[in-house]
Structure formats: structure tokens, C-alpha cells
Design a binder for this molecule. Structure first.
Ligand code: NAD
Length: 309
């Protein structure tokens, strides 16, 4: 496993991170034992970055992580959780709520601190509140020793930039913006780097679009994106290849992205994802798949408040 430094934090994170939303059964009902195993296998195989949120499975993912990590020395992994999102349309970025939220997450995960505390899906909130109230409250949480660094996450890249242009933030987590069908994140990296902001990219499989199982029903992609991704997956199968492998390898290829966070509650999937990290994407297959996805390349969907998109 390769490790990269996250912005100015000094944290050395594995290039592939473990995304725990699957532990909250957001994609399908899960086998709890295998889900716990997927975390342990990931750590044993070199992953040290874990991303979660109270929102995933409405606290279930954090509780599951508390069980999976019992007995693992705290210094062995970099833990990132979030504040502000508590349901599909339940958000509260007020200083009081986010401060209490950190204590609740620590209790669920049975840890004394997290390495990174992130505002979850900021585009659903008032960005000026994030700048003026939420981030300063999270700095106080850091001063109290309950977190080390502060980040923001969300879908519209402009919203992430709006905040990092106005207040010092240690990292951003962007998702579905650096993979086979979308590379928009690339255009924003110079600005994030210039502000000393570490870059984390999530969802290399575009939340299931770039897999043989396909996207879950709630996936926000429009039918043309879904259909193009299905065609691309079929093309890979016809060549004896797995589109998930190509997607993971392509997503890891940008050295300015410190960590790419993939999610799976299946230990077999995580073994596969980690094994794929050591290889480069097949250039011929990559070119063919890019051609299939060309009509929908960089096509996105709205997320959150209209003014934040
Ligand atoms: P993803 O692109 O990682 O895709 C996950 C889906 O792909 C799941 O259905 C999983 O079972 C499947 N999968 C994983 N490995 C596979 C393999 N080897 N073969 C076939 N299928 C495989 O999307 P994601 O889970 O949404 O994102 C990863 C993580 O990133 C999340 O768990 C979360 O931690 C983080 N994330 C954060 C935000 C945010 O903060 N706003 C948004 C999206 C994702």
C-alpha cells in the first residue's frame, strides 16, 4: 500500500481509504460478520484511513465501526467522521449541535478522539454559517482534544471552494468527481493545493454506477449516465475485465489526491480493491471505456440548495 500526506496535516494516509457508509446498509442489507471482517481485512492489508458519518445507517455505521475496531490500537488508523447531516433531509450545522455530535460519535465508536472532523454535505446548509459558525466551533472541538483536523465534504465543487476560500480548512472530501465518467475535481485541485487543503476523493465506483451490480435505485444519476455506465461495464465484461478494477485503478492515478475512499461491507470486495491498488489501468481498455462514456463525461446532478450548485 502506498501512503500520501494529506495537505498540511502531516497525516500519512493510505491511497485507498475505507468508506463505512456500506456498514450502515445504504446499498443493500448486509451480513454483519462479513461487514466487520471487511474493516479488519482492510486494516490488515494496509488501509489506515476510515471515513464515516452519523448519517450512514442513521448511526449504525459508527456503531459497527466501534465493534470492528475494538482492540485495534488507536494509533494504527486515521479516523474521519462528520457532523451536520443526520437524515436524508435533516441537517444542523449550528455550533451547539455539531459540538454535541462529536461527543456522540466518539461514544458510538468508543474512541477518545477522531483525526478529522468534517462538515457533511455542506451544500445543504448555509455556506456562510459553515464559514462563520461551524468551522470555528469544530476548531474548539480540536482545542479540547476531541479531533485533530477539520474538513468539509459535499458534491458541488464550487461549494467546497467557496468555503476553503474564506476560512482555513485542513481537507476537502469530494465524491463522484474523479473516476472514469467524471474528472471535474482535477480543475479544482490547484486552488485547494494553493490553500494548503488536503484532497480526499470518494466514490471511485461512482456509488455503484461503475460496477457489475450497477447503481442502487436511489442513485441521483440521470438515465443517460446510468445507461452509458451499463454499456461500459458490459464492454469490460466482453473483454474478460471488471469495470470496478479499471475504475479503482484510474481513480488512484492522480498523485495530488491523497486518498481515494471506496466503500464495501464485503471483505471479498475490499480484498479485491486493495489488490487492484498495486496495478495501473490497462491503457487500451481505459481508452475504449472513455470513448463509451464520452457523451456523459463530467455530467453531474444537482445536490443541495440551488444557490450552492
Ligand atoms: P463507491 O464508489 O465506493 O461504491 C460503492 C459501491 O460499490 C457499493 O455498492 C459496493 O458494494 C460496491 N463495490 C465496492 N467494491 C467493489 C468491488 N470490488 N466490486 C464490485 N462492487 C464493489 O461509493 P460510496 O460507497 O458511496 O463511497 C465510498 C465512501 O466514500 C463512502 O462509504 C463514504 O465513506 C465516502 N463518501 C462520502 C460522501 C460525503 O461525505 N458526502 C459522499 C460519498 C461517499
Amino acid at each position: 500500500m502506498e501512503y500520501r500526506v494529506l495537505g498540511n496535516t502531516g497525516l500519512k494516509v493510505s491511497v485507498l481509504g475505507y468508506g463505512a457508509s456500506s456498514l450502515g446498509a445504504v446499498f443493500r442489507e448486509i451480513n454483519e460478520e462479513d461487514a466487520l471482517q471487511s474493516v479488519r481485512v482492510s486494516l490488515d492489508m494496509g488501509i489506515n484511513f476510515i471515513d464515516v458519518s452519523p448519517f450512514y445507517g442513521l448511526t449504525r455505521a459508527e456503531v459497527m465501526l466501534g465493534r470492528a475496531l475494538a482492540g485495534v490500537p488507536r494509533g494504527n488508523y486515521v479516523m474521519a467522521t462528520k457532523v451536520g447531516r443526520y437524515g436524508a433531509s435533516e441537517f444542523d450545522f449550528s455550533a451547539g449541535r455539531v459540538t454535541a455530535s462529536v461527543d456522540e460519535s466518539l461514544a458510538r465508536m468508543k474512541v477518545d478522539y477522531v483525526d478529522l472532523i468534517q462538515c457533511h454535505d455542506i451544500e445543504f446548509g448555509n455556506l456562510d454559517q459553515i464559514v462563520e459558525e461551524t468551522i470555528p466551533a469544530l476548531r474548539k472541538v480540536c482545542a479540547a482534544g476531541k479531533a485533530r483536523f477539520v474538513g468539509v465534504t459535499g458534491f458541488p465543487l464550487a461549494a467546497l471552494k467557496y468555503v476553503t476560500d474564506r476560512v482555513q480548512v485542513d481537507s476537502i472530501l469530494s465524491y463522484c468527481h474523479y473516476s472514469l465518467n467524471n474528472t471535474r475535481l482535477e480543475g479544482f485541485i490547484p486552488a485547494f493545493k494553493a490553500s494548503g487543503v488536503g484532497v480526499i476523493s470518494a466514490s471511485p465506483l461512482s456509488m455503484g454506477l461503475l460496477s457489475n451490480r450497477g447503481a442502487p435505485p436511489w442513485h441521483p444519476a440521470s438515465p443517460d449516465i446510468r445507461e452509458a455506465c451499463i454499456r461500459a461495464a458490459e464492454h469490460c465484461r466482453s473483454k474478460g475485465a471488471d469495470i470496478a478494477k479499471l475504475a479503482v485503478q484510474m481513480s488512484l492515478s492522480n498523485p495530488d489526491i491523497a486518498c481515494t475512499v471506496v466503500g464495501s461491507a464485503s471483505s471479498a470486495n475490499m480484498r479485491e480493491n486493495i489488490a487492484w491498488c498495486s496495478g495501473k489501468p490497462d491503457p487500451e481498455l481505459l481508452a475504449e471505456v472513455r470513448e463509451i462514456l464520452k457523451p456523459v463525461h463530467n455530467k453531474i446532478w444537482p445536490s443541495g440548495r440551488a444557490e450552492n450548485n
